[in-house]
Design a protein around this ligand. Sequence first.
Ligand SMILES: [Fe+2]
Ligand SMILES: [Fe+2]
Length: 325
Amino acid sequence: MNFSLSRLEVMKHIEKYIQDAYNDFLTPVDKIWQPADLLPVASSENFFEEVKQLQDSAKELSYDLVAVLIGDTITEEALPTYETWLAGIEHVSQDRNGPWSKWVRAWTAEENRHGAALNTYLYLSGRVDMRKMEISTQYLIADGFDIGTDKDPYRNFIYTSFQETATNLSHRRVAQFAKQQGDTLMAKLCGHIAADEARHAKAYKAFVARILEIDPNEMLLAFEDMMRKKIVMPAHFLREMGLKIGQTFGHFTDAAQRLGVYTATDYTDILKDLVDEWKLDQLTGLNDAGEKARDYLIALPDRLNRVAERMKTPTLEYKFSWIHA
Ligand SMILES: [Fe+2]
Ligand SMILES: [Fe+2]
C-alpha cells in the first residue's frame, strides 16, 4: 500500500466512483418528485379548498414542531452556501464537465426542491410570520457557515456523510410527529425529503469508503479531526432580526432536542453507524498516527454516550419571532 499518495491522486482515482454515484444515488429529473406533486397549486380549481385543509391540519402542529420546521426550512434554503463550499473543494478537477462539477450541480438541484417545498408549505400554513422567517434565511446565507472542513475533500466527505444522515433522521422524525399530530401532507413531504437525504448520505459514505481503501491513514486523521472539532450543523449561525450571529440556533436545537427530532444520542448513534459502516476495526496496514486516530474513533461513541446521558432536556420556553401562535 502506498502511503505517500497525494489528495490529488486519490481524488483522481475516485473520480470514476463519483461518476457512478451520479447514476447510482441520484434520481433522473423527469422521474423525481417535485413540490407541486404534494402541495396545493394555484392553477387547480380545488386550490382554496386544499389550502383550507392544509391550514386546518397545520393548526394542530405543536409550537416546537413548527419551530423545528422553520429552522429546517431556513437550513435547506441556505443551499447557496453549501453549493459554493462543495464547488470550492481543492484537489479535485474543476472541469465543468468533470464528475465532481456534475455531481455538485445535480446534488444541488435535488436539494433545491427541499427548501422550495417546505417554504411553500409554511407560506400556505398561516402559522408563520413569513417576513421574519425570510429575514433569517437572508441572514443565514449572508453569514455563511464555519464547519471546520476547510477545502479538504476528506474532511468535506466526513462532514457530508454525517450531515446527510442527520438530515435524513431529522426529516424522518418530523414526518412521524406531523403524522401523529394529524398533518398527513407535512408527513408525506418530510418523508419524501428524508428519502432524498438517505440517497445523498449513501453517496458520500461510499466516497469515504473508497478513499479508506487507498489512503486509510489520511482519511482516519481527517475523520478524527472532524470529530474532535465536533460536527456542527450547517445552520449554526442562525439568527432572527435584531440578534447577533448564531443567537437563535441554540433555541432551534433545544426545540429539536425537546421534541426528540434530533438529540445528543442521535449524534452518537450516527457516529457509531459510520464507524461500523466503514469497518474501522478491520482496517489494516495503518501507521502509528492512523492507529491512534482509529482507536480514538472507535472509543468515541461510548464516551459521548456517557456525556449524553448526563445532559438534561432543555426546558427553556422561547418565543421565536417567526411564529404567530
Ligand atoms: Fe435537503
Ligand atoms: Fe441533504
